[in-house]
Each structure stands twice: as structure tokens, then as C-alpha cells.
Design a protein around this ligand. Structure first.
Ligand SMILES: Nc1ncnc2c1ncn2[C@@H]1O[C@H](COP(=O)(O)OP(=O)(O)OP(=O)(O)O)[C@@H](O)[C@H]1O
Length: 300
């Protein structure tokens, strides 16, 4: 079941068109990634879905509701991760949770969230005294305190060290396991690959692809090698292997494009025909490559 449906969303600021017909849907229980270069309308889209901005055109449904017309009901059903500047330095961890819980009709017991998010020992600590990882975990706990069906997480691990990032990823997977749908705006390819079930790639106010991370990368990889004996006859028949898509030869240099475990099939074929090779290299396409191909820009 789709919990979010965005169809032909349009938004301009003065004469700047920011969203030029954005469409995608988010299925219940998935972690859905929103990825794209800076300034391509990701935040504007998410804020329209959250009911914080009014679209110029198109339609949005969140659990069947219109975020503008049914703002109150939508607010009850979603949780939004705060940004760094939105909590006063002096507020205590428990006070922030208690305050945010008071905004909802059926909040979770924030004491449970303190335990789940490893903040029980920081109950009375002031926000400004927490480490970056603790602050980030508090922001996520605050997004969950209203017992939402959908949580929006933005810039989840910016500024965290590698271990704190891994911990945060594991906790976000637990959020999904608890049945909450997660919409994740991220700038990090590794994060998207690790966490997202599906990803929408934004470019210039449009969605240019929606797929799983593996689907975006595609199954094609390349293998290059040089024939040592200079005799190309042993490579004949490579193109007949089911895993091989293409073989190109230039003198003694051979480039094989294939999918799946084509490298094993190719090396077995070469061994069977007693072909000796050197400089063997396998280039795997990455999500960065797919992103650059889709948006014309490399990821920062
Ligand atoms: N309130 C506003 N008034 C005018 N222009 C705006 C406003 N909000 C956003 N913009 C412009 O709209 C464009 C898209 O902004 P948006 O924040 O949605 O992009 P983004 O993809 O989330 O970018 P980033 O990755 O940098 O956060 C940008 O050019 C931005 O300057």
C-alpha cells in the first residue's frame, strides 16, 4: 500500500521553477531515499509532503489525506526530524521529549525512547552538552515521540564519526522493523546503499529515476585484461557465455562487459582454452556512477 503519493507536483518561487512535475510514491514499511544535487527541490518536495509548504499544482496524499486541507490529521501521523538550530542549548533531554510528546494525541512513552536510543544516561543533560551523535539520536527520538506512521529524516548522519554513523544506521533499521515508514533525504551514497529499499533521484526539479539502489547501479560491470601470448583466438567464444554482454578487442587488450558473476565465467573460459592474461582489472559500476549518469553531476 502506498502511504505517500505525489503526482505532478509543481512549485515556483517568483520566476524560479523549483518543482517541475515531481511524481513518486512511497510504500508502507520501506525506507525511501530522496537523493539529488543541491538545489534540485528535495527539501521543497519533502516540506510540501509534510504540509509545511503549499504546492502550486499537482496532488499529494499522505495516508490518503491532503497535507494542506487535512494538516492537523497529517501532523498526527508523521514525525519530522528537527534541524540542529531548532532546539535551545539549555533544554534538558527529557524536557525536549516531554514537550514534543505534548504536541500529540497519542504519544509514545518517551522513557522507552530514551532507552531505545541510548540516551537514558543523558536524561538530565542539556542539549548543548550532548555529543554530535547524541544530539542526532535525540532528533530522531523526537521525530518518533508522536508515534508516527511515517518519519522524515533529513541529513541523518552529517558531522558524525564513522562509528556513530553505523550506530545510527542500525537504529534506523530498527525503526523500519517496528513498522514505521521512513523517508530519508541524504547526501551520502553509502548511507543510501545501506539503508534505502528504494530511491528517487532528483535533478532540476524532476524525478529522473526511482529504483532500488542495486537497480540504479545496474548489473553491468567491466573486465579488462591483456593477452600475454598475443594470440586472440583463445578469447573466441567469450561472447557466447550467457553472462557476457559485449567483448571488444584492440590488439592484445580485451574488454569484456557482463552481468552477475561474469568474471568467474570468463576466467574459467580463459583457463579452459589455456589463455594467459596480465593486467586483469574488474570495474564495478557504483551508485556514484549511476548518479553522475542520471544527473550529469558527481555527488558531493
Ligand atoms: N522560500 C524560498 N524562496 C525562494 N527560493 C527558494 C525558497 N526555498 C528554496 N528556494 C530555492 O529553491 C531551490 C530548491 O531548493 P531546495 O531547498 O528545495 O533544494 P534541495 O534539493 O533540498 O537542496 P539542498 O540539497 O541544498 O538542501 C533552490 O534554488 C533554493 O534556493
Amino acid at each position: 500500500m502506498a502511504v505517500i503519493e505525489v503526482t505532478d507536483l509543481r512549485k515556483s518561487y517568483a520566476d524560479l521553477t523549483v518543482l517541475d512535475g515531481v511524481s513518486f510514491s512511497v510504500e508502507e514499511g520501506e525506507i525511501f531515499g530522496i537523493l539529488g544535487p543541491n538545489g534540485t527541490g528535495k527539501t521543497t518536495t519533502v516540506e510540501c509532503v509534510e504540509g509545511l509548504r503549499r504546492p502550486d499544482g499537482g496532488s499529494i496524499r499522505v495516508l490518503g489525506l491532503d497535507p494542506v486541507k487535512d494538516a492537523r490529521k497529517v501532523h498526527e501521523l508523521i514525525g519530522v526530524q528537527l534541524q540542529q538550530t531548532q532546539l535551545p542549548e539549555n533544554i534538558k533531554v527529557w524536557e525536549a521529549l516531554d514537550l514534543y510528546a505534548s504536541f500529540y494525541a497519542n504519544p509514545r512513552d518517551w522513557r522507552e525512547l530514551l532507552e531505545e536510543w541510548g540516551l537514558a544516561g543523558k536524561r538530565d543533560a542539556r542539549f548543548g552538552k550532548l555529543s554530535g551523535g547524541q544530539q542526532q539520536r535525540l532528533f530522531i527520538a523526537l521525530a518518533l515521540v508522536g508515534n508516527p506512521r511515517v518519519a522524515f529524516l533529513d541529513e541523518l548522519t552529517t558531522g558524525l564519526d564513522p562509528q556513530a554513523r553505523r550506530t545510527t544506521w542500525e537504529l534506523v533499521k530498527r525503526v523500519r522493523a517496528s513498522g514505521v515508514t521512513v523517508v530519508l533525504v541524504s547526501h551520502f551514497m553509502d548511507e543510501v546503499e545501506e539503508l534505502c529499499d528504494r530511491v528517487a533521484v532528483f535533478n532540476r526539479g524532476r524525478v529522473v529515476a526511482v529504483d532500488t539502489p542495486a537497480g540504479l547501479v545496474g548489473g553491468e560491470h567491466r573486465m579488462r585484461f591483456t593477452l600475454m601470448a598475443g594470440d586472440t583466438s583463445g578469447t573466441a567464444g567469450l561472447e557466447n557465455l550467457p553472462e557476457v554482454i559485449d567483448v571488444s578487442r584492440e590488439g592484445t587488450r580485451v574488454v569484456v562487459t557482463g552481468r552477475g558473476d561474469f568474471a568467474t565465467a570468463v576466467t574459467a573460459h580463459l583457463a579452459r582454452h589455456h589463455v594467459l592474461v596480465s593486467d586483469l582489472r574488474i570495474d564495478k559500476r557504483t551508485l556514484d556512477d549511476a548518479f553522475a549518469a542520471l544527473t550529469g553531476r558527481s555527488f558531493e
